[in-house]
Design a protein around this ligand. Structure first.
Ligand code: SF4
Length: 327
């Protein structure tokens, strides 16, 4: 038996360490095994299924995706010399309906073992056969409606479209995830930049579209990380302006600088997360290349009725299945 086969049987997955907000949340989550399924299964028997399970989403995130795509579409219309689409809200609601219907089909395909089309995001509830109440669907449809209506009527949007699109970020293809990659303290960072515009050497404005009025727990960290990307690109701290745009509130133009203290807090969080994950992993040689390995035993399952019911990876987790079958 080859050494590599032996490694697989031991349940040791490999990947590379990096930092993203999603990874930070996953590491801080209630179940270490869910984090392992999310990031460390490469070459493990579960890898193929984990890769597809990762794409499962929930209603709120799906609504956020619809809003992000429609705002991007509206801005592309302006870039092309057209006015903002007056039917943006209706368009968004039609897309929302379409994505809900597509989720049911995609979940069925997944269950039948068929591959998903690129970019497909089925709902976890559809995949696991959990009922979704009309009230929840209505709540998220309202989120789409109020966010897009807020975008169409907000001062922030009006100010953005007055800036010549040559200052905006480059046009994005349908499958562009708006991810940027850079380094902080030698750690590779991935961050999503929804919208940015800049004048090289003078100013950079970054806007993160939010489909909720509620300020998220990680919002400060998220903005600071976007700001660190600006610093990495050579902008000065006072040249980087950031705004979390809560679209249902019809936001006014309010991009702000971030303080040194906030940047330091973000850097520290990145380093703390990185050290924590490093301590749970080890670097080994794989075909002459140093690779980070994570033993699944270092990421034990912590099952619970609530956490497992909301976990994407239940289908590959015996502990999660056991607990959800007993409740
Ligand atoms: S199903 Fe439960 S125990 Fe298993 S990975 Fe998910 S949260 Fe952890």
């Amino acid at each position: 038996m080859s050494l590599w086969r032996a490694v697989r049987i031991m349940g040791v997955g490999f990947s590379q360490l990096s930092w993203s907000l999603t990874r930070h949340r996953s590491l801080a989550g209630a179940c270490p095994r869910a984090h392992w399924f999310q990031y460390w299964t490469l070459d493990e028997p579960e890898h193929g299924r984990c890769k597809t399970l990762k794409r499962l989403t929930n209603l709120d995130m799906l609504a956020g995706t619809v809003v992000d795509r429609q705002v991007e579409y509206a801005l592309e219309q302006v870039r092309a010399g057209n006015p903002l689409p007056p039917d943006l809200v209706e368009r968004g609601l039609r897309t929302w309906e379409r994505m809900l219907a597509a989720s049911r089909l995609q979940a069925r395909r997944l269950l039948e073992g068929q591959p998903l089309p690129y970019g497909a995001q089925p709902l976890m509830a559809d995949y696991y056969g959990q009922p979704i109440s009309d009230r929840e669907i209505e709540r998220c449809a309202l989120k789409v409606e109020s966010s897009l209506s807020g975008f169409m009527n907000c001062e922030l949007g009006a100010r953005l479209i007055k800036v010549h699109p040559c200052r905006w970020h480059a046009p994005r293809s349908e499958h562009d995830t708006a991810l940027v990659e850079f380094q902080v303290e030698g750690i590779r960072i991935y961050a999503q930049i929804d919208f940015h515009m800049e004048r090289q050497g003078h100013w950079l404005v970054i806007v993160d579209w939010k489909s909720s009025s509620r300020v998220g727990t990680d919002e400060g960290l998220q903005l600071a990380v976007c700001g660190l990307w600006g610093l990495d690109r050579g902008f000065g701290q006072d040249q980087v302006h950031l705004q979390a745009a809560h679209l249902p509130d019809c936001p006014i133009w309010a991009p702000k600088n971030i303080t040194e203290l906030e940047y330091d807090a973000a850097r520290s969080q990145i380093v703390v997360d990185h050290q924590r994950e490093s301590q749970l992993t080890e670097v080994r040689d794989r075909k002459g290349t140093p690779v980070v390995y994570a033993d699944r035993a270092a990421f034990p399952p912590r099952p619970g009725p609530v956490v497992c019911a909301g976990c994407k990876f239940r289908a590959v987790c015996p502990e999660g299945q056991a607990i959800t079958q007993t409740v």
